[in-house]
Design a protein around this ligand. Structure first.
Ligand SMILES: Cc1cc2nc3c(=O)[nH]c(=O)nc-3n(C[C@H](O)[C@H](O)[C@H](O)COP(=O)(O)OP(=O)(O)OC[C@H]3O[C@@H](n4cnc5c(N)ncnc54)[C@H](O)[C@@H]3O)c2cc1C
Length: 541
């Protein structure tokens, strides 16, 4: 991925489609459109998956709770959405098996009746997943339950185990953008759409784009603009046509990160009911345990939705009835918050009841197409619906090709390749496994890019060569791009991230030609941000 070359293309070429926003929706649309033969530009304000798409619960699922709601409320739209999610699990895993895999989830229950209820519910959930090879739901007795998660409370009666998928959301999004780039799309990050140029009929003909790295403004011409800015969707809709009404009701969800001893398991736990009537997941992620999420309306979209103290209390309280030794605040290593791009169907609904489905909206006045709402799980179907609509508007007949399209690093992937990497490069096992899982068939390219194979932080498998590789080939332009999205250290351990900043900054400075002053300023800014996270959560790390 070559940012300068792509920026040059943005300035000099005329595109069929210009996609605004490089999250799951935008990157998914870019890949779909370029595979159908369109000339595509993809423009992202910060970094690929910088917002919601790197801050999800990382599940590829139909949504157990949505199934329950669908039955309780006779809501067929909700049921359709569950079915779509379950059907897509298989495709999401197939196309990038290094970044997504099946995950067993255990639901502890406290009576025979509860066990019966969840077994029926989760068995029905499995029925909706046709063409799926995941194991079916199973009622486990107490002994079997403890074999899966030994840290649960002895008060439980039994548990129900079922399967969904799990993905590394940020790297999956990068793989989509990277695959679109390799297929011919002009993909750039750190560039903001700040305005539009219109023809005499009010239709969009060009976008004003600010390159946030070199502080330069360019104009990008396209026949069709597609708004994929997630929770910011209304700002682009209104920029294109100020007479439109707002459609989105963003809702904040946070996760906290705890040490692996909380679960001592490769399996996850589903807490079926919280005080406010939702579900909470306790999931192994990157060697740690992630707990989330919350669901609260959020209005200040210009401010990052970071973790606050009360949210930690809520999540720890929710864990209390399920874990024998409930962790305390001092064990929290980090946390993160994201905004769900929910569509407001009727004014007074609480955000937890708003349907997580998507909508492709066409504004005839400006000719803007907007992809609103949705979930990570269904990103490919959302992109298909959007590009089907683009085909109609641009008068092109072309079939969607993404269902069987491997993403970068996914084709011929075999996890066992880590052993060959180990034999050739004589690295420790955890480092080789990490490289295989995160870069797939391109793991060796990381080691070919540099012989700096020592660890960035002694407790984690990330190595210095990854800084060089991700700057050169994955469009890393800032410390946060590297720590939060190419690797996930910021999400799992604030203290380790803070102490690794200078090491990474030094390597990055040489690659990106930062001056000494720039390097210092970038390190200081990022450390300040991390301190702000720690203060806002009011924890000691
Ligand atoms: C807490 C939480 C948990 C979730 N868990 C799950 C889950 O487990 N499974 C699941 O399927 N879904 C989950 N979701 C939903 C899923 O994460 C989102 O639906 C999805 O990531 C949204 O992707 P997006 O591309 O629409 O939005 P985003 O990821 O927010 O992308 C929009 C992008 O647009 C960019 N942008 C904004 N304005 C501009 C501009 N002017 N110019 C250029 N770029 C711009 C932003 O920087 C951003 O990167 C969860 C969501 C949350 C908040």
């Amino acid at each position: 991925m070559n940012r300068s070359k792509n920026l040059e293309r943005l300035e000099n070429e005329q595109f069929d489609i210009c996609i605004i926003g490089g999250g799951a929706s935008g990157a998914g649309c870019a890949l779909d459109a370029v595979l159908r033969g369109f000339k595509v530009a993809l423009i992202e304000k910060e970094d690929f998956a910088a917002e919601t798409s790197s801050k999800s619960t990382k599940l590829i699922h139909g949504g157990v709770r949505y199934l329950e709601q669908a039955f309780k409320n006779f809501d067929f739209a909700q049921l359709r959405q569950v079915r779509h999610g379950l059907e897509e699990r298989h495709t999401v895993i197939r196309n990038a098996p290094h970044l997504a895999h099946p995950l067993a989830l255990i639901t502890p229950v406290f009576s025979w009746f509860e066990g019966f209820y969840f077994t029926i519910g989760l068995t029905i959930y499995g029925f909706f997943a046709k063409n799926d090879t995941m194991p079916k739901a199973q009622w486990l007795n107490k002994k079997e339950t403890f074999e899966h998660i030994p840290t649960l409370t002895p008060k439980l009666h039994s548990s129900v185990m079922y399967y969904d998928g799990q993905l590394d959301d940020a790297r999956y999004c990068l793989a989509l953008a990277h695959s679109a780039d390799e297929a011919g799309a002009a993909v750039v990050n750190h560039s903001t759409i700040t305005g539009f140029e219109k023809d005499s009929n009010g239709k969009l003909v060009a976008a004003t784009v600010k390159d946030n790295i070199f502080d330069k403004t360019i104009s990008v011409k396209a026949k069709l603009f597609i708004n994929c800015t997630g929770p910011h969707g209304d700002s682009i809709r209104l920029l294109a046509n100020s007479t439109q009404e707002k459609r989105l009701r963003p809702s904040k969800g946070v996760h906290i990160m705890l040490p692996p001893e909380v679960l001592c398991s490769q399996d996850a736990m589903l807490i079926p009911k919280t005080k406010d009537g939702r579900v909470v997941f306790v999931i192994p992620f990157e060697g740690e345990v992630m707990v989330g999420t919350t669901d609260d309306e959020y209005r200040d979209l210009d401010k990052e939705p970071i973790l606050i103290e009360q949210e930690i209390d809520f999540l720890l309280d929710t864990l209390r009835p399920y874990i024998a030794n409930v962790p305390n605040k001092s064990q929290i290593k980090s946390g993160f918050g994201g905004l769900r791009p929910l569509i407001a169907s009727s004014g007074s609904k609480a955000t937890k009841k708003l349907v997580r489905d998507h909508e492709v909206e066409y504004d005839e006045t400006s000719n803007l197409l907007s992809l609103l709402g949705g979930k990570w799980t269904t990103y490919r179907l959302m992109a298909k619906d959007t590009i089907d609509e683009a085909c109609k508007l641009l008068n092109k007949e072309a079939e969607c090709k993404t269902e069987l399209h491997y993403l970068i690093g996914g084709e011929n992937y075999n996890f066992e390749e880590w052993r060959n990497i180990q034999e050739k490069y004589k690295l420790e096992e955890d480092i080789c496994q990490h490289l295989a899982k995160k870069y797939g068939t391109r793991a060796k390219n990381v080691l070919e890019a540099s012989d700096l194979t020592d660890r960035i932080h002694r407790a984690y498998p990330f190595i210095k060569a990854e800084v060089i590789y991700t700057v050169r080939y994955e469009m890393v332009n800032s410390l946060r791009d590297f720590f939060a999205r190419r690797t996930r250290l910021e999400l799992i351990d604030w203290k380790a991230t803070h102490s690794s900043v200078d090491t990474v900054a030094e390597i990055m400075a040489a690659e990106l030609n930062w001056s000494e002053q720039q390097t210092q300023a970038n390190s200081d800014d990022y450390k300040k941000l991390l301190k702000n996270f720690i203060q806002s959560a009011n924890i000691v790390v």
